[in-house]
Design a protein around this ligand. Structure first.
Ligand SMILES: [Zn+2]
Length: 263
């Protein structure tokens, strides 16, 4: 029989690639919009130096407009597919007919979409703000600032991949939690086990490997070798749901249901 954790990790990698591709597209569209607004707002002549006003910066960042566009343009079916697949798989692993509530998938995807777009936008805005302010301070031209934006980590493929990983892991966890909840309601007796990716995983997650909780319960980062003291006692209901970004970003962990007595 296939290793259940490996099966889940392969699904995670598949959705990571799809989400990373989507974010590469969205970030490069965003980059062009920011570059255009830099040209619209700042004087073209390098000699026309002036202070960057709060109003200028606000026009360049266009916060609410960018959030609205991302919400509209993001391919939400990618999130729904990841959540649905996890839900279906866990229900079937728990011996339940893989009948899932489609509305639950939509609701979970909506919640995740909103949170994801706000998180991504906050960081992008922060990066653009820094690049533009530093450029103005250094007397850079509009072209220089546009090039600096292009080269910035905020728009890099690495960032798209990082977002893809985090969001694929979140989608998987949300789908699993929904399935676990349904199985509990159906009377299945099981526990949920954390499975760390092993090689390359952070020590906090290696320390979580094998920890079991009741369905929907909280995993707790234990005291163990190499575990950052700041993270001891941190809790989450599953991978990528820790409040601390340092425990969530780039995670390839998963959970596996362990049935106690076959239903
Ligand atoms: Zn992990």
């Amino acid at each position: 029989m296939a290793d259940p954790a490996a099966v889940r990790r392969r699904a995670l990698d598949k959705h990571t690639r799809a989400l990373a591709r989507e974010w590469r597209r969205l970030l490069s569209d965003q980059l062009r919009r920011y570059q255009r607004r830099v040209a619209d707002v700042l004087p073209a002549e390098r000699s026309v130096q002036r202070m960057l006003t709060a109003g200028d910066l606000e026009r360049i960042l266009a916060g609410p407009e960018e959030v609205a566009r991302l919400l509209e343009e993001f391919g939400r079916e990618l999130l729904e597919a990841a959540i649905r697949e996890a839900m279906r798989r866990e229900l079937s692993a728990l011996g339940r007919a893989a009948l899932f509530d489609a509305l639950q998938v939509t609701i979970a995807a909506d919640l995740q979409l909103g949170r994801m777009v706000v998180e991504v936008s906050d960081y992008t805005r922060e990066r653009v703000g820094i690049v533009v302010s530093e450029g103005i301070e250094a007397g850079a031209s509009v072209n220089d600032i546009q090039a600096a934006l292009q080269a910035d980590q905020g728009f890099s493929p690495m960032r798209a991949l990082r977002i893809g990983r985090t969001e694929a892991a979140r989608a998987q966890t949300e789908g699993q939690l929904a399935a676990y909840q349904q199985a509990v309601a159906d009377g299945v007796d099981f526990e949920v086990e954390w499975s760390s990716a092993g090689f390359g995983e952070r020590p906090e997650h290696r320390a979580l490997d094998g920890q079991r909780v009741a369905p929907g319960g909280l995993f707790v980062v234990p005291i163990a070798a190499d575990v950052d003291p700041r993270y001891i006692g941190a809790t989450a209901r599953g991978p990528a749901l820790f409040a601390q970004p340092g425990l969530t970003v780039n995670c390839r962990c998963t959970t596996v249901p362990r049935v106690r007595s076959p239903a």
